[in-house]
Design a protein around this ligand. Structure first.
Ligand SMILES: [Zn+2]
Length: 453
């Protein structure tokens, strides 16, 4: 374990590294991650690392480096993305791209998602080198482009075009690690699974006519209304994935207010809805988060139809965001959706898939998972560690496809209200405490050193 004194010395270093990264505007689109990739290469090369900057398209930069191991142990990839989502300066209390430091926090777009993790991973690589650690497996660092728009120019591009450069047995990435205060203890999540994404468009057809004689036309908006209602009301079968089962089991032990509900739910998952309806009366956010982890969901997100006040529209389009569980495929989901609508004149409905990413899950029973849990207990002796499934997606899916065990784990203590941390991600006034940068570096360094030596 690296000594506390040394880590305290990194405080200034991680702060300025994160500030520099925030000041490089990598809003995606267009991304322009190349500047950030080159910046990281430069800072790593100063300490003797050999870096590769790979451009998937002009301006779309990815940076990779590695510490070679003896080959006796599995390899580990520290993964992060360099791009961020847009920020509207008018809504913020600080300039989102200034890298402001105030009251012990670094503020700016990417402070949580996920330039802080990039910073921590780069710092861990530097510390390993400074400490002359000789790992028994390769330790790779990759900071990539385009995650916020699906990763096709970043992690996706790398896995397709040069898989050898980033293939690893284990991967640590974003998606977990934040401590949720439960019953006086810190509950840290490790992201071990994520739902798949199926974005699709439905085009409803009709025949136009005068708005004053509705019976003579076939109104596409009315047809779409039936589609939306049918899909919005659809409740798919409940399925407990290994991650969610373990998550709920641990929650049931610790979460006093929800203990009875969760125990009941675990005993009879098929009857989860009325149980969750009860929980929602007390804690709606928790109940709905659990509900979304139990089944495939279909949500209408965009709709467009009609051209004029008095014309009955012959076309109406709607977009749906469907999320599928590990164990299901996006193809199965599309078939199910079409079968739900089959009584509605399918020839008057056209389907178009906008994006489809399959769900993914990594095993919970691994040496790295156990290492993460035992390392966390060294720093926070009463903490609880739980696996978690994201309802959203990360680049981990690309690496899981290559056969890697991927965990989302950016260790963070909750030093501001949990909801505020969550709302900073993709929201306004995103920030991370410098204490958390040091804590994250300490925990991740210790995990990597213990796991790889
Ligand atoms: Zn992210």
């Amino acid at each position: 374990m690296v000594d506390a004194h040394l880590l305290e010395k990194t405080r200034g270093e991680v702060t300025s590294l994160l500030r520099d990264l925030i000041r490089i505007d990598t809003t995606n689109p267009p991304g322009n991650e190349i500047q950030a990739a080159k910046y990281l290469a430069k800072t790593l090369e100063k300490e003797g690392f050999v870096c590769e900057v790979l451009e998937s398209k002009p301006g779309r930069g990815n940076v990779i480096t590695r510490i070679r191991g003896s080959g006796e142990k599995p390899s580990l990839l520290l993964l992060s993305h360099l791009d961020v989502v847009a920020a509207n300066p008018k809504e913020w209390n600080v300039d989102p791209f200034a890298g402001t430091v105030n009251e012990g926090f670094v503020w700016g777009r990417g402070a949580l998602d996920m330039k802080s993790m990039t910073t921590i991973e780069v710092m861990v690589m530097k510390l390993l080198k400074r400490q002359h650690i000789e790992p028994r497996g390769d330790i790779i660092l990759a900071a990539t482009a385009d995650e916020e728009k699906g990763g096709e120019e970043g992690a996706g591009w790398l896995t397709r075009n040069c898989p050898k450069k980033i293939r690893a047995d284990y991967v640590i990435n974003e998606g977990g690690g934040l401590a949720v205060p439960v019953n006086g203890k810190n509950m840290y999540t490790v992201q071990t699974a994520e739902k798949g994404i199926l974005w699709f468009k439905v085009k409803a057809k009709g025949t136009p006519g005068h708005g004053s004689i509705p019976g003579a036309a076939d109104n596409a908006i009315v047809r779409m209304n039936n589609v939306v209602r049918k899909l919005e009301r659809y409740r798919s079968n409940i399925s407990l994935t290994p991650t969610v089962k373990q998550f709920l089991t641990e929650m049931a032990k610790e979460h006093k207010a929800a203990m009875k509900t969760l125990t009941k739910l675990l005993e009879d998952p098929a009857a989860a809805d009325p149980v969750l309806d009860e929980l929602a009366k007390k804690d709606r956010a928790l109940a709905e988060e659990i509900r979304a982890k139990l089944r495939m969901t279909v949500t209408p997100t965009m709709i467009h139809g009609g051209v004029k006040e008095n014309i009955i529209p012959s076309e109406c389009e709607a977009v749906f965001d469907c999320r599928v569980l590990p164990g299901q495929t996006t193809g199965d989901a599309m078939d199910k959706i079409k079968s739900l609508l089959k009584k509605m004149d399918l020839e008057k409905l056209e389907f178009e898939i906008i994006q489809a990413n399959e769900p993914s899950e990594s095993p919970l029973d691994t040496a790295l998972y156990r290492n993460i849990a035992s390392t966390l207990r060294k720093f926070d002796s009463h903490c609880v560690v739980v696996p978690d499934m994201l309802t959203g997606g990360t680049d981990s899916r690309f690496l899981r496809k290559l056969g890697a065990v991927c965990y989302g784990f950016q260790p963070m203590r909750s030093d501001m209200p949990y909801g505020q941390i969550k709302s900073g991600i993709h929201g306004v006034d995103e920030r991370i405490s410098i204490d958390n940068l040091v804590f994250g570096t300490s925990v991740l360094y210790t995990v990597v050193e213990r796991f790889m030596t």
